[in-house]
Design a protein around this ligand. Structure first.
Ligand code: F6R
Length: 615
């Protein structure tokens, strides 16, 4: 999705903004642009495609810039109007003296556009953003006060926005404003920043002020002023950002995705840290703020999420029902918001999101809150909008995830669900403590078992090579690993663009089996000793009988499997109920190596965005 950085300070303005945009690049975009205040003039640079094009353009035109004083930069993920130069940000008013960059969607832009055209404004693009430029310029013409002009304009905007505005006639300031889209101010010494997300500024400062909805920030190189919708100054807390700049380095790996897959053992150790260390002690999940007496009586949980987080939620349903005997509904946030749910004040609603900014999930959470539900958020971004809506917050502590394809945040979300399920089971006392002790013991072993998988990936790489030319795949599993099949197939789709479908193995013969032949490999996830092993094995036989090539993902050492499967990928043995944390890892690697082998842009797959801030 789009990204913004504004900068005023002593550093080289152009390279600081370019670096900020580079650090936001992982979010996904199709064009980039920058506006610089230079010698009393605003100069605009825009290019299509990757940031390198903007860098080259600026290098070529560097001599045009005499004394760059401050500037704003943007990467655009097209919503209104195609990815084109004319639609790239920054946008300007008719005379070109005012510039704006914007994240979000202005819902009433058509009405505003018509009014502004009647006033004589000349529109050049198809974007909703250009309306903001004309609107603020119109207000500015009345007062000559840029801050007031932004304040008066945003009152007329409906929808979501994080904006940065500069005006040629007000040379030293950048004005920012937000509603339903994230924005923070980075505070430095002799420099200040304004950005849509932490990575844009983390290399320069760890001090930040998070803007709330309807707040306006004015930054100069020496000053930061935050005001409310009426113009009253607000004193806001300067927070210390929880990230290290190192998180944005590949640390010798070819791609962020591979680095993040390899970080999983430590991420899990981190997630367990302080919560589960002694199998004889109860799980320590003080993050759940509901009273024990309420938790004991809890009989309904709803989990809402999108994409990979939705798959983690599906595992969550399985294990909460299994351990804590509480009925759980799981639904895609984008569907939940259109349903007349039975959510009420005795429902626990769990929102799961890596970014904490997914628009559909935020809307769903707000709806649940309106109905009086207690909202528990599981997120990798405790500094996000979603986290701010939480009644209870479980931060998954996976560290910044740069690759668009989620990996380490997924395993960290799974661990949060195991901890939550065990916590609920312990409070309810509904399951034998010896069983829970075994589960806790095995959970503690998980990081070492993942290290075992990661220590030798040769078989996975060979499998990737062997199957990289196939155009369609089916991943099958039953029970707690059905979400693993869905997630494995999603990983393959999103980074290699190969059609892969996750299917409940038992459903194969109710339709999809018709597609099977030697051109469609079937990958079966089978955990020996588990309740689904034999059945998935039979379903694999059915696929074999239709000439499908078969890949097994299993911990079984049964030699007989060699007669059935073309390739066998191994994971260490684990209790079936815990196996999704292990089985997802070879599937992440398989997707990675296939995409890498095919030469795809692994970390920034086409059309995708890391944080989906539009519904
Ligand atoms: C897939 C992926 C997406 C996200 C989805 C939800 O690898 O990353 O499917 O899982 O867009 O995002 P969050 O978890 O940030 O709410």
């Amino acid at each position: 999705m789009c990204g913004i950085i504004g900068y005023a300070g002593f550093r080289d303005v152009v390279s600081t903004i370019l670096q900020g945009l580079t650090n936001l690049e992982y979010r996904g975009y199709d064009s980039a642009g920058m506006a610089i205040q230079d010698n009393g003039k605003i100069k605009i640079y825009k290019t299509l495609g990757k940031l390198i094009n903007l860098k080259n353009e600026l290098e070529m035109k560097r001599n045009e810039l005499k004394h760059p004083a401050l500037g704003i930069g943007h990467i655009r993920w097209a919503t209104h109007g195609s990815p084109s130069l004319v639609n790239a940000h920054p946008h300007t008013c008719t005379c070109g003296r005012l510039v704006v960059v914007h994240n979000g969607i202005i819902e009433n832009y058509k009405e505003l556009r018509e009014e502004l055209i009647k006033k004589g404004c000349k529109f050049r693009s198809q974007t909703d953003t250009e309306t903001i430029a004309h609107l603020v310029a119109d207000e500015f013409s009345k007062t000559k006060d840029l801050e007031a002009a932004v304040r008066n304009s945003v009152k007329k905007l409906q929808g979501a926005y994080a904006i940065c505005v500069m005006h040629q006639d007000v040379p030293n300031i950048i004005v920012g404003a937000r509603k339903h889209a994230p924005m923070l101010v980075g505070v430095g010494e002799g420099e200040n920043f304004i950005a849509s997300d932490t990575p844009a500024i983390i290399e320069y400062t760890k001090k930040a002020i998070y803007l709330d909805d309807n707040q306006i920030a004015v930054i100069t190189k020496d000053n930061v002023k935050i005001t409310d919708v009426k113009g009253n100054e607000i004193k806001k807390k300067v927070e210390v950002l929880p990230w290290e700049p190192m998180a944005l380095s590949k640390m010798g790996y070819k791609h962020f995705m591979l680095k993040e897959i390899h970080e999983q053992p430590d991420v899990i150790r981190n997630s367990l840290n302080g919560k589960l260390f002694d199998i004889d002690a109860p799980v320590n999940l003080k993050e759940v703020k509901l009273d024990k007496s309420i938790l004991k009586k809890l009989n309904k949980i709803e989990i809402i999420a999108c994409g990979t987080s939705l798959h983690a939620a599906m595992v969550g349903k399985y294990i909460i029902e299994n351990f804590a005997e509480i009925s759980v509904d799981v639904e895609a946030s984008s569907e939940y918001i259109y349903r007349k749910t039975t959510t009420n004040s005795s429902t626990l609603v769990v929102g799961v999101s890596q970014s904490g900014e997914t628009a559909d999930t935020i809307t769903a959470i707000k709806q649940a809150k309106e109905k009086g539900a207690h909202v528990l958020i599981i997120t990798n971004r405790p500094d996000s909008n979603m986290a701010r809506l939480a009644d209870s917050l479980i931060p998954v502590n996976a560290g910044i995830e740069v690759s668009v394809a989620a990996t380490k945040s997924y395993t960290a979300q799974l661990i949060s669900f195991y901890l939550l399920a065990v916590h609920l089971a312990e409070i309810k006392g509904c399951i034998e403590s010896s069983y829970l002790k075994n589960i806790k013991h095995e959970l503690i072993q998980i990081p070492t078992k993942i290290e075992e998988i990661l220590s030798d990936t040769t078989a996975i790489q060979e499998c990737a090579k062997k199957f990289s030319s196939y155009k369609n795949f089916i991943y099958i599993a039953r029970g707690v690993n059905l979400p693993t099949a869905l997630e494995g197939a999603l990983k393959l789709k999103e980074i290699s663009y190969i059609n892969a479908t996750g299917y409940a193995a038992g459903e194969l013969k109710h339709g999809p089996i018709a597609m099977l032949d030697e051109t469609m490999p079937v990958l079966s996830i089978m955990v020996p000793g588990g309740i689904t092993y034999e059945k998935v094995l039979s379903n694999s036989e059915e696929a074999k009988a239709r000439n499908a090539k078969l890949i097994a993902l299993t911990s079984s050492s049964d030699k007989e499997l060699n007669n059935l499967f073309d390739v066998i990928l191994k994971v260490p043995h684990v209790n079936e109920i815990l196996s999704p944390v292990l089985t997802c890892v070879p599937l992440q690697l398989l997707a990675y190596y296939i995409a890498e082998f095919l030469g795809k842009d692994v970390d920034q797959p086409r059309n995708l965005a890391k944080s989906v801030t539009v519904e």
